[in-house]
Design a protein around this ligand. Structure first.
Ligand code: ADP
Length: 833
């Protein structure tokens, strides 16, 4: 049955969390906007005000940032005049503000800015930590003009009326949340709390994205379950006893708070009383006594019930209590009354356990954990000093949620201390947010910044195209001698070489009616060869071709060969390309300044390979544009975002200064990775970019590429993370030796971490592999850093592309241009967005 109750609680919780069903939910799962537990670095002076049943408690707390080991606390209790609870709302808040003024006057506090946390133990609809509307009064309060109003504002205005302008209400929370925070120690966070007093409620740290009523989507948020109303829709009717029905009918709110009426201390004595009444009527108890007294409400106090259940002294206590009521219990009566009290308290404990097990299983599941290890703060008069309730709660929770290991922690200091922690944490988070924003601000580009980048790219393109200005341009705008794009009718069989990406490949491509057929083989080129002599390199390439031809029975044929050679080349014809410089780790000697087709032919001769007919040398951007163009004739731009970045597009011949002739178009290999090498982007570069650049083999070169491409994004992130650690904003400032290693944070991690909806646990696991012990908050921050760097890369790439499409549109004198961009590169393909 308890398993069933747990299941129903889980259902009710889901109903409360979902935006669609929230309005009808009994378990309302109210967001609290508390997104973190204390980490021990909190420090400063804080004020706490706690509104209690019959008094107001004010508290001054000084935190020293020492793991909250030695907080200094002063407090004062003000009893509340009885009429205030049912009077005007204004009078209530004026009274609270006066308490604050008197308290501060009494301790001659300094007049510096003083943050205040307010414990307000009623159901509120939060929209921020410091903005919360009262949903409805309870616990005997019914002040006018407060329901539906923002409590923080009411208190702040009352405080201002007292001319305490330095006091700033920064957080409002209920007592359950206060308990959770009270039990949180540095390095030992408490993420669940349970309050079972005159009422009952619980709260826990949920994954923010599941709390649909709040806008937060990353990290955690504490949710106040408001589980006292569990069962108000009838879900508990099959476990309610006739005694519970009587208790409910006699209560001030029949039909409401059904769960609370089964577990909270206000009702347990009443349940026992109804059981005794029923048994006495059946003559099973108190034979010969006048039992009329049992008809009086509240004659049995919870304190008595708790003392009666004590095994040793219990029966004696039962006798005392019963005799005080004028009953004349026999020895057997006393034993039975003890059994009844035990049954009622045990049931309360097991029901709380079912609720707690639901919370724990929910947490375990939503964090995708196999096992959840968690601390649970408990504030309950049933728990304090009475082992039975706690033992049952612990053991039954274990049985109902065996996948969770919960440690119950009794709350000692009440909720005020917890409120101080909430307030301190809120301030810490605000200060940290400010610092994080400062670190990341230079990486966040405005629309105006991007428009400037676009304009600069356009300017550099014009310089690069001009015959005379080319030498001063950072974007080289190399002619490719590719003068048309495919229309899809091209047919034939071709041999292809692909050199300059991550792998060297040889391919056989057949363009046929029924589609494109390809066979390919990857050949490893050892570094000794890529960095050896040019002759060795090209000899090796020929050997690979011969091996491929042998494997595919092509030795007898002379197929036209296309060569994708992705290094900057000065092309003098479609089949004539002079290597300007090696990049991407190649450095074979004697090649720069040479025609690579010539180098290939010479190697073929050396190897006595006679059937080689090189028709075209193209860059990878051109290859990408052409292959996409085969399917889509509108594809007139090629873009690469992989290890490096580059683009090409179809330019009007008229504009191509380096090549004679004005007719038609030619594809231009922009080599845009070098954009900014002349200093024009200097104000976009951040200190992180400069650190990354300094450590590359081509410092000061390929500056645009170093903001965008796969070889660098991980490094940028790594440097930002180091800076955040240094500022103690990440990993609690603990040094991370692994993070010092160049290249350790690979760009593929960005892709993994940024996947939408990825559980933070997985982010944590990725970081764990780097020996980074990330808390959930750390994981959220790392993800934000990755996103910031990726967004900037994509935006800069877009600004460059915008310059290209605008130029093409103007070239053609169109108001609107429809064009397709063929894109390749692992970063583009693998990054989630
Ligand atoms: P190339 O540009 O050399 O032809 P690729 O297009 O395959 O090669 O790109 C390789 C680059 O892609 C690597 O530098 C690496 O940083 C990056 N990369 C690899 N895997 C991923 C991934 N999952 N997400 C983002 N980038 C990746």
């Amino acid at each position: 049955m308890l398993q069933v109750v747990k299941g129903r609680m889980l259902q009710a919780m889901h109903k409360g969390l979902s935006r669609q069903t929230h309005a009808q939910a009994n378990v309302r799962m109210l967001p609290t906007y508390i997104c973190s537990t204390p980490d021990g670095t909190e420090k400063g002076d804080l004020l706490v005000v706690e509104l209690c049943q019959s008094h107001v408690r004010t508290m001054w707390v000084t935190l020293l940032g020492d793991g909250n080991q030695s907080p200094q606390v002063m407090y004062k209790i003000f009893s509340m005049p009885g009429d205030i609870m049912q009077g005007k709302g204004e009078a209530l808040f004026d009274f609270i503000a006066q308490c604050v003024r008197q308290f501060l006057a009494g301790i001659s506090s300094p007049q510096h800015h003083l943050p205040l946390g307010f414990v307000f133990p009623f159901s509120c609809r939060h929209t921020r930590l410091d903005k919360a509307e009262l949903i409805s009064w309870s616990k005997g309060f019914s002040c006018s003009d407060v329901e539906g109003k923002d409590i923080v504002q009411l208190l702040q205005s009352a405080i201002n009326k007292q001319e305490l302008y330095h006091v700033d209400v920064v957080a409002l929370m209920n007592d359950t949340v206060g308990t959770m925070m009270t039990c949180s120690m540095a390095g030992k966070p408490c993420e669940v709390a349970l309050v079972v007093g005159t009422g009952t409620n619980s709260c826990f740290m949920a994954m923010a994205q599941q709390v649909e009523m709040a806008e937060e989507t990353s990290g955690q948020m504490c949710v106040s379950t408001e589980w006292g109303c569990f069962g108000d829709d009838g879900t508990l009717s099959d476990i309610l006893t006739p005694y519970d029905q009587c208790v409910d009918e006699e209560s001030s709110n029949p039909g409401e708070k059904r769960f609370e009426k089964l577990v909270s201390s206000l009702y347990l004595g009443e349940i026992v009383r109804h059981v005794l009444t029923a048994l006495a009527a059946e003559k099973a108890l108190f034979i010969g006594s006048n039992v009329a007294v049992l008809r009086t409400k509240d004659v049995l106090k919870i304190q008595q019930v708790l003392e009666i259940i004590d095994n040793e002294e219990g029966t004696a206590e039962a006798r005392r209590a019963l005799e005080a009521l004028g009953l004349r219990p026999s020895e057997r009566d006393c034993c039975r009354v003890q059994q009844i009290c035990q049954a009622v308290v045990s049931r309360a404990a097991t029901l709380c356990a079912a609720g707690l097990a639901a919370i724990l299983s929910h947490m375990c599941q939503s964090q995708e954990l196999k096992q959840l290890v968690v601390n649970v703060g408990v504030d309950s008069e049933l728990y304090r000093g009475h082992t039975r309730f706690g033992e049952i709660l612990q053991s039954v929770t274990g049985l109902l949620a065996p996948e969770c290991m919960a440690t119950l922690l009794p709350s000692i200091d009440g909720t005020g201390w917890g409120a101080a922690m909430v307030t301190a944490v809120a301030l810490r988070l605000a200060a940290q947010r400010h610092e994080v924003d400062q670190v990341l601000a230079p990486l966040r580009l405005s629309r105006a910044d991007l428009q400037r980048v676009q304009a600069l790219m356009r300017q550099e393109m014009e310089l690069g195209l001009g015959w005379e200005s080319n030498a001063n341009a950072s974007v080289r705008m190399l002619p490719t001698y590719v003068c048309g794009t495919p229309n899809g009718t091209e047919r034939g069989e071709f041999l292809v070489l692909d050199l300059g990406g991550t792998n060297f490949r040889v391919l056989l491509v057949r363009l046929a009616e029924d589609g494109i057929h390809m066979a390919s083989k990857i050949y490893i080129i050892p570094t000794t060869i890529t960095q050896g002599s040019g002759e060795e390199l090209f000899d090796h390439i020929i050997e690979c071709i011969m091996d491929f031809q042998l494997k595919h029975n092509l030795t007898e044929q002379v197929l036209p060969l296309g060569f994708t050679f992705s290094f900057p080349c000065q092309q003098l014809g479609l089949d004539k390309a002079v290597l300007l410089s090696w990049t991407k780790g190649f450095s074979a000697s004697g090649c720069a300044g040479q025609d690579v087709v010539q180098l290939l032919q010479e190697a073929a001769q050396r190897k006595q390979h006679l059937g080689l007919k090189v028709v075209a040398v193209v860059n990878d951007t051109v290859g990408t544009m052409m292959s996409c163009g085969y399917d889509d004739p509108k594809c007139e731009i090629g873009l690469i975002v992989g290890t490096g970045t580059n683009a090409c597009y179809m330019e009007k011949m008229q504009n191509v200064g380096a090549v004679e002739g004005d007719q038609g178009r030619m594809c231009i290999n922009m080599e845009w990775g070098a954009f900014g090498d002349n200093g024009c982007l200097d104000d976009i570069f951040t200190d992180f970019d400069r650190l990354v650049d300094e450590k590359t083999i081509n410092a000061g070169k390929q500056r645009f590429e170093k903001l965008i491409s796969g070889m660098y994004l991980g490094e940028i992130v790594r440097h930002i993370l180091l800076a955040l650690v240094e500022k103690r904003l990440l990993f609690r400032g603990k040094p991370c030796p692994k993070l010092q290693i160049k290249g350790i944070f690979q760009t593929k991690f960005l892709s993994a971490i940024e996947i939408n909806g990825l559980a933070l646990r997985q982010v944590r696991a990725i970081l764990q592999d780097l020996e980074l012990q990330a808390s959930l908050e750390d994981s959220v921050l790392v993800r934000e850093v990755c996103q910031t760097v990726s967004v900037r890369a994509a935006q800069l790439c877009a600004a460059g592309l915008a310059a290209v499409v605008e130029k093409m549109r103007e070239n053609r004198g169109l108001a609107q241009l429809a064009v397709t961009v063929g894109v390749d590169g692992t970063l583009y393909k693998m990054h989630p967005w």
